[in-house]
Design a protein around this ligand. Structure first.
Ligand code: BES
Ligand code: MN
Ligand code: ZN
Length: 495
């Protein structure tokens, strides 16, 4: 999609549609009056009144009147004028993108006015617009009837210099491509995206982006004593893999480790899930997908830092060799864990990855995992749980999440609940006492990071949607990629 930014009269441009973003109560505002003047006067005002458009967030409509060059005129709500942030622009753009699709428009003008003068707002619009256009279409016989948008033209009161925008668009393109990669991986059926498939794909996209890639097979997994990964993998006929992705910039002052849960299908193992709960369990590698996506974006954006991704990948199935409730796992640091529920497998494989990551002595470890249904109960599908042993690190991620529209909410690591993960026969057990399931899961992970500053993101809710959001269709969302890219690039900026 080509993006242009210019001044002048939006209705003078030959395009199929002119989008007018509007705040609540601005139906008679300056932009609208100007538009009415250019596009037929009273007819536009009457049409707008007929649609009962109020500029509220989520409202978008095509007016029953055309512009002077036969353009469709579309109004889209930005919500309360006093509270228009980047997210308001993303949502409005996502809403608009849906309608643009139904119109089949390929050349689109946005009448941004004075409100859209700065690059951050334009970028937020493009982001919402592009993210909303995502489709996972490879298994559909009928292709998506909506043609791609070829050109998006912003008309603003005071256009920023072209040279200041070019790097904004190219960085955005890199990040969005990585979100698409993560979404595609999550949406791919588990029969296709086996652990070997994900490892090979990580190798391919990693190499293309310029990352160092290491893939460990079962022999290496055994020799490295990744006991949790090996134990979970025993129930499956598919071989597990452990992937390491490395990015190194010269003169880097910070080194960050990313860890992503890569369960390509979670049946629960012998502690089998009910059928309904299994329907979405191809999404249980969304943490891994987010780490792969983030690493490829970072390799292309080249910030002055070092980042290493640690990704344990396996299926969780109840085969004849499957681990059983009551089994004990001995980790590479000799910590032992009694497995009382094989469906709490995420923490078992993450423990290996966290131990390895901590061994490399990074400045921080950030893990992403579709870890607990309990977190989904607590925070729903639009907010991820954040747990941290370091408040400064937590604050930076909370800020990055707020800026990208991927909300994170900090949950407490209640030390008193550690009693709930004590085992009668081993050092720990892999389930808690029945309450606060997302907290006891996080407390379990904390046992494997030592004193390294660490943030755990439980993305069980927002990783996969069963109901579309303004700029995320149903299915994999790529949640975490945009926040991590923002956080990591901000470290390099010295901010
Ligand atoms: N992958 C699931 C968590 C999950 C649930 C992710 C719903 C996305 C949507 C995880 O492995 C799991 O099964 N957790 C159990 C833990 C329990 C057995 C202690 C859960 O949440 O029920
Ligand atoms: Mn599970
Ligand atoms: Zn799982």
């Amino acid at each position: 999609m080509k993006i242009r930014v210019r001044g002048g009269d939006p209705t003078a441009i030959a395009a199929e549609v002119v989008i007018v973003p509007m705040a609540a109560g601005e139906e008679d505002g300056r932009e609208m009056r100007a538009l009415a003047r250019r596009a037929g006067g009273a007819a536009v005002k009457r049409a707008l009144a007929a649609t009962r458009f109020r500029g509220r967030s989520g409202q978008a409509t095509v007016l029953p009147v055309q512009g002077p060059r036969r353009q469709a005129l579309m109004v889209v709500g930005l919500g309360d004028a006093a509270r228009i942030d980047a997210e308001a622009w993303r949502r409005a753009a996502g809403q608009a993108r849906g309608l643009v699709g139904t119109l089949g428009a390929t050349r689109v003008v946005v009448a941004g006015g004075a409100r859209a003068n700065d690059a951050a707002r334009l970028a937020a619009f493009v982001e919402g617009f592009e993210l909303a256009a995502y489709r996972f279409g490879k298994y559909k016989s009928e292709p998506d009837p909506a043609p791609p948008v070829a050109e998006l033209i912003f008309v603003v009161a005071d256009p920023p210099a072209e040279t200041s925008l070019t790097p904004v668009w190219s960085a955005l393109e890199v990040t969005l491509a990585s979100v698409t990669l993560a979404r595609d991986l999550v949406n791919e059926p588990a029969a296709v995206k086996t652990p070997t498939y994900i490892a090979e794909l990580a190798k391919k996209v990693g190499k293309e982006a310029g990352l160092e890639v290491e893939v460990w097979d079962p022999k290496r997994i055994a020799s490295e004593k990744l006991a949790g990964l090996a134990a979970v993998a025993r129930g499956s006929n598919e071989e597990p893999r452990f992937v390491r992705l490395r990015y190194r910039a010269k003169g880097a002052k910070r080194r960050i480790a990313l860890v992503g849960k890569g369960i390509t299908f979670d049946s629960g193992g012998l502690s089998l899930k009910p059928a309904k709960s299994m329907e979405t369990m191809k999404c249980d590698m969304a943490g891994a997908a987010a780490v792969i996506g983030t690493m490829t974006a970072i390799a292309r954006l080249k910030p002055a830092i070092e980042v290493e991704g640690f990704i344990p990948i396996t299926e969780n199935l109840p085969g004849g060799k499957a681990q059983k409730p009551g089994d004990v796992i001995r980790y590479r640091n000799d910590k032992t864990v009694e497995v009382l529920n094989t469906d709490a497998e995420g923490r078992l494989v993450l423990a290996d990855a966290l131990l390895l990551a901590a061994d490399t002595k990074p400045d921080a470890i950030i893990d992403l995992a579709t870890l607990t249904g309990a977190c989904m109960v607590a925070l729903g599908t639009q907010v991820a749980g954040l747990f941290a042993n370091d408040q400064a690190l937590a604050d930076r991620l909370l800020a990055a999440g707020a800026e990208t529209g991927e909300p994170l909410w900090q949950m407490p690591l209640v030390a008193e609940y550690k009693d709930d993960i004590k085992s009668a026969v081993a050092d720990l057990k892999n389930i808690g006492g029945g309450h606060a399931g997302s907290i006891t899961a996080a407390l379990f992970l904390q046992e494997f990071v030592g004193s390294t500053p660490w943030v755990h993101l439980d993305i069980a809710g927002p990783a996969f949607l069963e109901k579309a959001l303004p700029y995320a269709p149903k299915g994999g969302t790529g949640f975490g990629v945009r926040t991590l890219v923002r956080y990591l690039t901000s470290l390099a900026d010295g901010a």
